[in-house]
Design a protein around this ligand. Structure first.
Ligand code: ASP
Ligand code: MG
Length: 420
């Protein structure tokens, strides 16, 4: 069996859903399809949550209304208003959500977030499942919250593999149907509260299901031709990487390549399940294969993280940075959940590069200032080159001031300031 995953951009309107249907139609083996929310629905639902939690009910109702219209119009266009059952289900979901917004939040932010944001994927899969049945592609819809069980770390649910394996094998039974449609990104606790797996987590869902069901492969369908060696947003001449080892994929996603969710690779690697990243616009093109670790050396890959901040930490008396200092520093970053992108120490200072996450940065600085002198430089970029050489380094450093460098045999990372 195989697992297909369709991201938000590949189902963002009726045309895209029809194209998806064509890809599925050409496939004859047993298949599980994992689907994200349509287009930018998750971002829109986040606005609903933000309004709700801050008491701005007009904001949340307006955002919800726009999401409702968007889904109703896609559903109507796909089935020419002939599927009243689907339209009824959509209306019910929105009535339920409106009801929820009428009463005050009763749980902490992250928990409320998951109870609202999870509906994006329920809506997309309902529409797609009905549509595919409507055009003769028979399938069974599965609520992922009934099969993916997580702990109650809302917004970052951690899978309970034992219960999940049992439920997945029970509910996804290929003697009953050859095609199952389910949601990426969402799950639930043992008490049936909805949870989510972290933004862009649908790829991870696909990997979890592939692992449990011993899939032959996973295909992630995207609006790009595969994994590119740089983001076309920052680079004019990108190349598609044909093959990547699991290890390279883990590193590239760790450093910030956004094509697949970082957690996706681990379960696949354990069972040697290949992952194909393919373009839904050109399904016959080869895309990128991520698989066993015996591939050749890669072409250089470039990963740019913008809006970076350097935090310089010095002991006040110019004493050495010793283990005791490091303990305080690391505890502080971990305690406030500020993720370190890069760090470097010299005899009398310790420099840390982080994303510009102001609320966390302020909290960390306040704490560090009890022990150290702290200086902050913002407006920086973190450039990572995997499989670098001199030429590639020179290429990215044009018009940049280099503030910090770190290199291993395969990877160089540089914190730079753009000189405009
Ligand atoms: N819809 C979710 C998000 O946008 C999950 C996903 O797309 O993978 O984060
Ligand atoms: Mg999405």
């Amino acid at each position: 069996m195989q697992v297909f995953k369709f991201g938000g951009a590949t189902i963002k309107d009726a045309k895209a859903v029809e194209r998806m249907g064509m890809i599925v139609e050409h496939h004859h083996d047993p298949l599980v399809i994992v689907v994200s929310a349509m287009g930018k629905t998750t971002n829109a639902l986040e606005k609903v949550v933000a309004g709700y939690m801050s008491g701005n009910i007009t904001q949340s109702m307006n955002a919800l209304k726009a999401i409702r219209e968007y889904h109703m119009s896609i559903a109507s266009e796909l089935m020419a208003n002939r599927n009243n059952m689907l339209l009824g289900e959509i209306k019910n979901i929105f009535a339920g959500l409106e009801n929820r917004l009428q009463s005050l939040p009763a749980a902490p932010y992250n928990q409320e977030y998951d109870q609202i944001v999870c509906w994006g994927e329920i809506l997309s899969t309902l529409i797609i499942s009905h549509y595919l049945n409507h055009v003769g592609i028979c399938n069974q819809w599965v609520d992922a919250r009934h099969i993916l069980k997580t702990d109650s770390t809302f917004r970052e649910g951690r899978i309970d593999w034992d219960i999940t394996s049992q439920l997945v094998k029970e509910k996804i039974d290929f003697t009953k149907s050859g095609l199952f449609i389910t949601q990426g990104f969402i799950g639930s606790t043992v008490n049936n509260l909805s949870t989510t797996l972290g933004r862009e987590g649908s790829d991870y869902t696909a990997a979890i299901l592939a692992y449990i069901l011993d899939a032959d492969s996973v295909t992630v369908w995207k609006d790009v031709p595969g994994v590119l060696n740089a983001d076309p947003k920052w680079f004019d001449s990108t190349v598609r990487l044909e093959k990547i080892s699991y290890m390279d994929a883990i590193e590239l996603t760790y450093y910030g390549t956004s094509v697949i969710h970082p957690k996706t690779i681990q379960p696949l690697k354990k069972k040697n399940i290949p992952l194909y990243v393919k373009s839904f616009l050109y399904p016959d093109e080869p895309g990128t294969i991520i698989g066993r670790d015996d591939y050749e050396r890669l072409v250089p890959s470039f990963i740019f993280k913008m809006d970076q901040v350097l935090i310089h930490i010095h002991p006040p008396d110019f004493s050495f940075i010793a283990e005791e200092n490091l303990e305080i520093i690391f505890n502080c970053f971990a305690g406030y959940g500020l993720k370190i992108n890069l760090m470097q120490n010299s005899a009398v200072s310790f420099d840390v590069c982080v994303n510009n996450d102001q609320s966390r940065i302020q909290a960390v600085i306040k704490e560090l200032e009890k022990h150290f002198r702290v200086r902050v430089t913002s407006g920086l970029e973190l450039i990572t080159i995997r499989y670098y050489d001199h030429e590639t380094i020179d290429r990215v450093l044009v018009n940049k001031d280099l503030l910090m460098t770190q290199r291993t045999k395969t990877t160089i990372q540089m914190v730079v300031k753009d000189l405009g």
